[in-house]
Design a protein around this ligand. Structure first.
Ligand code: BG6
Length: 486
């Protein structure tokens, strides 16, 4: 129907907030019966361009298990939310958060992943966190698996490469869905599910010494298992509580062609399809045709069981959530200069500035992406990660002047609002790393995203004291004005 009116701003109940992940935030890695996770065997990088998350081998895991310190494995220490959650949540509430996206450490609940009974102490911790959030009317948005799983499942069956991991995951989901059914309404299954195409961090499957062809096979098979697991728990969750809203989570990377040459445009379309493939499966409940060709031409043979088709159809998600940090550029013959960045091997866009870590900053790309995803899927969208990783300076007076972060967020929120005015159904925005935490890609502490500064350096030295950055008060008034005061 044609209407003469259109939205002029964000919905009244827009979910403003921040996002974190257990493995980068919590610490308490060996407390209260928790098992080791795959994130805790990823060594810290030597420098900011050194990505160690996919260099894991059997030997490096054995070495990590033998090492009982946090020295080389910063994700073990996080920023000690485990003991500071009350203070941290209070600070979130001071900013006026309506929502807090967090993840649960599966290994707190099932230390080895395959027990029949959960670890009560682990469940109690999340009870306390959810109760604290409820105290301030902050809606939790909970990711079941954010770049981690019980390490024992990797050792025993190579993580998601094994179909057996599906039943361990559905058991874990069943326990937490039932336990928290009155405390949590919004759930996400796998964080940045497409990161599985880069290996271990997403799949928990060791594949760093395999050939490229073998890697492709193991990664797409592991991803198929995650699709099935995700679909099963969506169905299971709705049975437990029909009010649940369960979403997927994609690392969205909008692709632009390097030039208007149709060959470049087609290359960009293909690259974009490989990114949206994940959402195609999770929203439409089936593999898209273009993937049949891609998988065949790359010699990937999936073990796709007879009932899988039905499972995927019956477990489609209620909404799409995604992270957005940058866009990328592709050409048919790789003519452009290479860009760098988190898991991204695109080409340089001469029109964009980059962060200190080489990520191409593109606020308009967020509006383009929101429109494209809305037009393709027609289901509500939620931006559950967006932000700037930067080096911050703690001044002698305890202040942190992060005007560059305010500028970044300001520009992205403006484009987000434009997309809402274009008609996109947007549920919320949880800025990434609302409190400083350990970087996913490099395990550095000095790559900071937060509104809240945490006094800790790359080697784990510091008081862990929390300080408000200038962006803290800025975001507070953004939320208070529901995004009209930017
Ligand atoms: C996303 C992840 O890829 O980007 C987060 O879901 C991560 O876990 C964030 O922290 C920023 O990446 P990084 O490598 O700068 O921490």
């Amino acid at each position: 129907m044609y209407k003469t009116d259109y939205p002029k701003g964000f919905k009244k109940d827009f979910l403003w907030g921040g996002a974190t992940a257990a493995n980068q935030l919590e610490g308490g890695w060996d407390q209260d019966g928790k098992g080791m996770t795959t994130a805790e065997v990823i060594r810290k990088a030597e420098n900011k361009m050194n990505l160690t998350f996919n260099e894991v081998t059997k030997e490096s895991i054995e070495e990590a298990i033998a090492d009982k310190t946090t020295d080389n494995y910063p994700k073990r220490r996080g920023v000690d939310f485990y003991h500071n959650y009350k203070e941290d949540i209070k600070l979130f509430s001071e900013m006026g958060f309506k929502a807090y996206r967090m993840s649960m450490a599966w290994a707190r609940i099932f230390p080895n992943g395959d027990e029949t009974e959960p670890n009560e102490a682990g469940l109690l911790f999340y009870d306390k966190v959810f109760d604290e959030l409820a105290k301030y009317n902050i809606e939790p948005v909970v990711t079941l698996s954010h770049y981690e799983m019980p390490l024992a499942l990797t050792v025993k069956q190579n993580g998601w490469a094994s179909r057996d991991t599906i039943s361990s995951f559905t058991r874990y989901a069943d326990i937490v869905f039932k336990r928290y059914q009155d405390k949590v309404k919004y759930w996400l299954t796998f964080n940045e599910i497409n990161a599985g195409t880069f290996g271990f961090m997403g799949t928990g499957a060791i594949d760093s010494t395999l050939t490229e062809k073998e890697q492709l096979q193991i990664r797409y098979q592991a991803l198929h298992h995650q699709f099935i697991a995700s679909a099963l728990v969506v169905k299971q969750g709705h049975k437990i509580n029909p009010e649940f809203k369960i979403g997927n989570m994609l690392a969205r990377m909008q692709t632009y062609p390097l030039t208007p040459n149709p060959d470049d445009v087609r290359a960009a379309q293909e690259n974009d399809n490989l990114n949206l493939f994940f959402t195609d499966v999770q929203v439409r409940g089936e593999y898209p045709e273009y993937m049949n060709r891609y998988l065949s031409e790359n010699d990937v043979k999936l073990n796709f069981q007879p009932n899988d088709e039905v499972i995927l159809k019956e477990g489609t998600v209620d909404f799409i959530s995604f992270s957005y940090y940058m866009s990328t550029v592709t050409s048919a013959n790789n003519a452009g200069d290479k860009s760098v960045g988190n898991m991204l091997n695109g080409e340089k866009n001469p029109y964009l500035e980059t962060s200190e870590w080489g990520w191409q900053i593109d606020p308009v790309g967020l509006r383009i992406t929101l429109n494209e995803m809305w037009n393709r899927y027609r289901v509500p969208l939620m931006i559950v990660e967006n932000g700037l990783g930067a080096v911050d300076t703690l001044e002698a007076d305890g202040k942190i002047h992060d005007d560059y972060r305010i500028k970044y967020l300001h520009e992205h929120i403006i484009q987000m609002k434009e997309a809402v005015m274009d008609g996109v159904d947007l549920m919320g925005y949880t800025m990434w790393g609302c409190i400083d935490l350990i970087s996913a890609s490099t395990s550095e502490m000095s790559k900071r995203y937060g509104f809240i500064y945490v006094d800790q350096d790359d080697n784990g030295n510091g008081t862990l004291r929390r300080y408000k950055k200038d962006s803290f008060n800025w975001y507070k008034q953004v939320i208070k004005s529901n995004g009209s005061n930017l």
